[in-house]
Design a protein around this ligand. Structure first.
Ligand SMILES: Nc1ncnc2c1ncn2[C@@H]1O[C@H](COP(=O)(O)OP(=O)(O)OP(=O)(O)O)[C@@H](O)[C@H]1O
Length: 244
C-alpha cells in the first residue's frame, strides 16, 4: 500500500542499486528524500549520519519494510541478501544451534554443508560453548554475534548490516571484520550503517552521509573531504561540518 515503484534497473557490476525519491512510514510521509547510490561486488558502503538522519529508514525502504517507498531498488546476482538488524531478533525457546539450523533449513542448505558452515562460524565467533544456550541467557554481544552468524551462514550477494559494532568486544569486532573481508573477496557487497566513524573511515570504500533525511555528501574519503571543504579532515570532522 502506498508503494510506488518503477522497473528496477541495475547498473553494471552493482549488486545493489538504490534510487529512493522519498520514503516514510505512511503514504506521503517523506522521512528520506533523493537518496541514490549503488553497492558494487566486493565493495563496502558506509551509511552514516546523526541520530534521526534517516539511516534506518533508508535500510527499511531498501528491504521494503515500510509502507511508503517511491523509487527503484534493484538487487543483482541471485538476489540473496542478509539483513543484520541493530536489535537482535530471536526465538526465546530456540538455542543458538537451533537458530542456525532453522536458518540453514530456510536457506535450503544441504545438511553436511550446513553443519560444516555452522561449526566454522561457531569457532570463528568463539561461540562453540554457547551452542546449546538460549538467547535469554546470552550477553548483548553474544546475541549480536548470533545475528551476524545467521547472516554469514547464507553467504549472500549483499549484506545489509545495521550498527554491528556497538555490542561487540574488540576481539569479536576483529573476527567480524576478517569474515566480512573474506566475504567481500568472494564478491559480496556490503551496506553498513554505523556511528563508529574511525572504524568506518578505515574499512569503507564509499560513504553516504545523511543529514535530515537527505544526502549531505557521498563518495570516497577524498570526495567527502572535498564536499566538506576540509582537505585534511577525518571522517568525524567532515561529519561535523556536513550534518545538522
Ligand atoms: N516507526 C516510525 N514511525 C514514524 N516515524 C519514524 C519511525 N521510525 C523513525 N521515524 C522517523 O524517521 C526519521 C528518521 O529516523 P531513522 O530511524 O531513520 O534515523 P537514523 O538515522 O537511523 O537514527 P539513529 O542513528 O538514531 O538510529 C526521524 O524523524 C524519526 O522520528
Amino acid at each position: 500500500m502506498g508503494t510506488e515503484e518503477q522497473e528496477p534497473i541495475l547498473q553494471e557490476d552493482r549488486v545493489l542499486d538504490i534510487r529512493i525519491e522519498e520514503a516514510g512510514y505512511s503514504p506521503g510521509d517523506a522521512r528520506v528524500r533523493q537518496i541514490e547510490f549503488g553497492v558494487r561486488s566486493g565493495e563496502l558502503v558506509g551509511l552514516i549520519g546523526p541520530n534521526g538522519a534517516g539511516k534506518s529508514t533508508t535500510i527499511k525502504a531498501i528491504l521494503k519494510l515500510i509502507p511508503h517507498v517511491k523509487g527503484e531498488i534493484a538487487m543483482g546476482g541471485s538476489g540473496t541478501y542478509a539483513y543484520v538488524p541493530e536489535q537482535p531478533l530471536y526465538y526465546d525457546t530456540l538455542t543458538l544451534w537451533e537458530h542456525l539450523s532453522l536458518a540453514g533449513a530456510a536457506y535450503g542448505m544441504e545438511e553436511k554443508a550446513f553443519e560444516r558452515s555452522a561449526e566454522e562460524l561457531l569457532e570463528r565467533f568463539r561461540m562453540t560453548d554457547a551452542r546449546d544456550k538460549l538467547p535469554g541467557g546470552m550477553s548483548k554481544g553474544m546475541k549480536q554475534k548470533m545475528m551476524l552468524m545467521l547472516g554469514f551462514l547464507l553467504k549472500p550477494d549483499v549484506y545489509i548490516v545495521d550498527e554491528p559494532f556497538i555490542g561487540l568486544d574488540p576481539r569479536a569486532t576483529r573476527d567480524f571484520l576478517r569474515l566480512l573481508e573474506e566475504e567481500r573477496k568472494r564478491g559480496a557487497g556490503v551496506l553498513m550503517c554505523t556511528h563508529v566513524l574511525d572504524t568506518a573511515e578505515k574499512i569503507c570504500d564509499y560513504f553516504v552521509l545523511l543529514s535530515n533525511g537527505e544526502t549531505a555528501a557521498q563518495g570516497d574519503m577524498a570526495q567527502i573531504r572535498k564536499t566538506s571543504g576540509l582537505a585534511e579532515g577525518d571522517l568525524f570532522d567532515c561529519f561535523e561540518a556536513l550534518t545538522v
